[in-house]
Structures are given as C-alpha cells and as structure tokens.
Design a protein around this ligand. Structure first.
Ligand code: PNW
Length: 503
C-alpha cells in the first residue's frame, strides 16, 4: 500500500520529517529534508526570489494559555472572555493550546514543516502586569526561552508587540486607547522588550490590525457577505461616538509611533520595525490602467485613519474636514512621531473591502457590488479573493512605496474533519494557500519588495469571539488532548518552502 511505502520513505528523511512521518500522510515521499541555508529547485515562473521568507504566525492570547501564571497580569481579553455571553460556547484563552508550556514541541513542529520565520506576539501584561512600572522578569524570560529555541532551530523570530491583549489595569485606569497615556505606556513597554530581545529578534511589529484595536473594540464593525450582515466586536467592547472613536484611532497610531521611537532608542542598531496592518484594499474590476487608478484612489481612501498618517505623517485633509468637530485632536509634534520612518510595512491580507471601476466622479472610483453568490471560505466574513495577495502589496507599493513589505497573515479557517485514518485533508485551505501564493509570486516577479509571507496560522487556536470553532492552523490541535497533527496543507507548505516556489 502506497501509504506504507510513504511512511518507509519518510523515515529515511532526517530529523525534521519525523513528526510528519508519524502522521502517515500520503504523497510526501518526494519532500526533501529541510536543511538550513539551502534552497530547493525553483520551478521556473513560479519561483520566489532567493531568501524569500516562508513563515507561520500566531498571537499570544490565541495560543499561550497560562493566563495567570508566573506573575502575568490580567488582559482585556482575559476579562472579555471571562464575561458570560461574549464568546461562542463560553470559550476562553485560559488554557488555549498550552503553548506557554509546549513551546519547545511547537518550535520543533515549525521546523518540521519547514518554516523559515515565525511571527509570534508578546503579551504586554506578562511583561508589565500593571501596564507600566515594575517589570515581571518571569514573563520576559518566557520570550527569552522561546527566541533561543527558535534561533537554535534556525527559524527567524518576528515579534508583534501588541496583538490585542492590553493590560486590564490600563483599561480601568485610562479607558485603554481612549487616552494618550496608554500610547505612552505602549512606547515604554516596546523599548524594554526591544532592549531585552533585539540581540536576537531583528524585526518588530508594533500593533496588529489597528481597525480591530479601535473600531471593532470601541464601536463594532458590520460586514456584509453573501447578503448576510455579520457584526464583529472585540475587547473591551465599548460603544463610542464618532469624536471619541477618532481619538481612539489617533492614540493607536500615536502608540505605534512612540514604539518605533523607543525601539530605535533602546534596540540594537539595525533593528527593524513596522506596523502589521489589515490594510483595507480595493480590487480593480479589470487589470487595466484606468481601473487600477480607481483601485488606488479607493485604497487610499480606505486607509485614512492608520496607514495614511503612519506613512505620510499627516491626516488626510478631506477626512479632517468631513469629521469637523469630531476630528481627532493632535499636535504637530504627535504627527511627527506618528510618521516616524518605518523599515517595512506588514499587511494581513484576507478580504478585499471594495470592488471598483474607473469613474469621473471626484472620488476617482465607482463601487461595484460583489455578487451575492461570490464564494466565501469557512468563516462568515471570509470573501474569497486570491488576487488580493497581489493587489494589496501592489497597491501598498504604488501608493506609499515602503522599502520592504511582509504579508504578516494569509490563511483561512476550514471545517477540518479528521478522516478515518486520523489525518486532516484540508483541501480547501490547501487550494486557498496555493492560489494566494501564486498571486504573491506575481508580486515578487514584478519587483514589488515583498520579502516574506506568514501563514495564519501555525496551529489551530482560540479564534477570538468565535472561540475554538474556527480553525486556522496548518497544524491541527485536538483541544482536549493538545495533540498536534500537521494537516495536508502543512505538507504543501513544507514542499513550497523547500522549493521556494508555488507547488
Ligand atoms: C486577524 N476581517 O483578524 C487577526 O490578526 C488574527 O488574530 C485572527 O485570528 C485572524 O485574522 C483570523 O480571523 C481578522 O473581517 C479579523 O476581514 C477580521 C478580519 C480579518 C482578520
């Protein structure tokens, strides 16, 4: 039986393949052992530039568990998930996938599936249980051990400083991002982490997805997919009017800028820093100059709150005028901080917000509706758009010309049935990733400085308000036993990373 042959062939592969071999998945016999510093053959047109980083990503609250261990303070997500009715099935991140205790096994798994880089996030309340002031050394030690483990496995660490788990004390004391005090505290925390880890961590992301930190957290966001309206809310779950909400947005980009400054001041020389933003982008109906121009205008308009000010150091005049008395209050000095030069821009790419065509209207584009039958992935909100993996970096590049671009998240949830043989044949995720990477490959081939790409996610984890219902991992996690099993998509990832090409 080919199944057995593959297992036998697999066992001849060195080290890294062991876990995949144990899973007994078929059709991987040709997967060479992963050797550091070596690249596979690139099949012509589908190859990526040498050194392209094939990464996987996670975030602290979604994987770590150990929510109150080793001196960690409470975060707004601990509080939110502990509040009845907020999370599907009453799930919490108290244990999550127990990564805090299983990080060695998890790093070994990442090595097995051929990841060259790992984007993880640091839990602020582990480092500063009170938000500021007294450092919790035990919390910092965890990331120290994790980074050492990654370096030993030849996996490049990329650290996100804020992936939504604000120390609850800052929420209680200042109303969280409603106050500039939280932005200042974030800058201090960023400096301390950079000082401690930048001898080994060369890349820091400041804030993950500004929209979720601000709008979804302090207003809630409505999404319309296939005729259904989905309302998303995030911790702390506060409903603000327009003026205060704009101020929250302002404090988030201010926090980013203060963190950039602190990392430059406290980190090792050459440490790179940038945001990880879910960049709103528009797709042109057709790839022709007039429609692409329309997509540029629309994409610029979709980023007036965050990427615009961070990359230009100023707010869009039309935004300020339209907001009137609700416009954010700011100083020139703050705008300089917000616009502090970054080394790269990270973008999480999931869905296009608009489909547009050329227009003579002053705004420069006309919106075209997505049809009701436009396909979607497993998550309600997940409109299918492999081409976004090309258009998002391309539009980012044509509008703001950042030096380097990373796709900090790319992936999808899937139903992930466990087959009779114990494997997870996630054909939809595999197709999703393959097609997405085709489009990313096109971006690199056209000279867009896309340096690497992180699959969301390395492992199944706590999917915020959807709890453990939506699995995004390329490695399956049995949430009862904590057993990890690489899915079919992990084998695809391994082969693609090895070949440095779409396979
Ligand atoms: C991201 N949308 O959130 C987050 O950074 C991750 O923590 C999360 O697990 C992952 O994507 C999957 O949801 C998103 O509405 C939230 O388009 C909302 C959207 C996309 C991503």
């Amino acid at each position: 039986m080919s199944h057995n042959v593959n297992r036998r062939q697999f066992s001849t592969l060195t080290g890294g393949a062991a876990l995949l071999a144990a899973s007994g998945l078929p059709a991987v016999a040709q997967t060479p052992p992963v050797q550091s510093g070596t690249t596979g053959e690139t099949p012509g047109a589908r190859g990526f530039p040498e050194g392209f980083l094939w990464g996987v990503a996670t975030a602290a609250y979604q994987i770590e568990g150990a929510w109150n261990e080793d001196g960690k303070g409470e975060s707004i997500w601990d509080r939110y998930a502990h509040t009845p009715g907020k999370i599907k099935n009453g799930d919490t991140g108290d244990v999550a996938i127990d990564h805090y205790h299983r990080y060695k096994e998890d790093v070994a798994l990442m090595k097995d599936i051929g990841a060259k880089a790992y984007r993880f996030s640091i839990s602020w309340p582990r480092i500063f249980p009170d938000g500021t002031g007294q450092l919790n050394q035990k919390g910092l030690d965890f990331y120290d051990r994790l980074v050492d483990e990654l370096k030993a496995a030849d996996i490049e660490p990329f650290a996100t400083l804020y992936h939504w788990d604000l120390p609850q004390v800052l929420q209680d004391r200042y109303g969280g991002w409603q106050s500039a005090e939280t932005a200042k505290a974030f800058g201090e925390y960023a400096g301390v982490v950079a000082k401690a880890l930048s001898d080994r961590v060369g890349h820091f992301f400041t804030i993950n997805e500004f929209k979720q930190v601000t709008e979804t957290a302090y207003r809630g966001v409505e999404l319309h997919v296939q005729g259904e309206t989905v309302r998303l809310m995030s911790a702390p779950g506060i409903l603000l009017e327009d003026g205060p909400l704009n101020q929250v947005r302002h404090h988030a980009v201010l926090g980013h800028g203060l963190a950039v400054q602190a990392i430059r001041a406290m980190g090792r020389a050459g440490t790179k820093v940038g945001p990880a933003e879910n960049m709103g982008h528009a797709l042109p109906v057709i790839d022709s100059p007039e429609h692409v121009k329309a997509a540029e205008a629309a994409t610029k308009a979709l980023n007036i709150y965050f990427l615009g000010p961070m990359l230009e150091g100023r707010y869009d005049e039309a935004y300020l005028t339209a907001a009137g008395k609700d416009a954010p209050k700011f100083t020139d000095e703050e705008m300089k901080i917000i616009g502090a030069p970054v080394d790269f821009v990270g973008i999480n790419v999931y869905i296009p917000l608009l489909l547009v065509m050329a227009s003579d209207e002053p705004q420069g584009y006309r919106e075209v509706p997505f049809s009701l039958s436009h396909p979607k992935m497993f998550s309600d909100w997940h409109r299918l758009s492999p081409e976004s993996q090309y258009w998002a970096p391309r539009l980012l590049h044509s509008i703001w010309k950042p030096k380097e671009i990373y796709i900090t998240e790319n992936g999808c949830a899937a139903s992930d049935e466990v087959a009779a043989d114990g494997n997870i044949y996630d054909s939809d995720r595999l197709t999703y990733l393959r097609n997405g990477m085709m489009w990313q490959q096109r971006a690199t081939a056209e000279g867009i400085p896309l340096k690497g790409s992180f699959v969301w996610s390395a492992m199944d984890n706590f999917e915020w308000i959807n709890g453990y219902g939506d699995r995004f991992g390329i490695v399956h996690v049995d949430f009862k036993t904590q057993k990890r099993t690489p899915k079919l998509s992990a084998q695809w990832f391994k082969e693609a990373a090895w070949r440095n090409a779409v396979v």
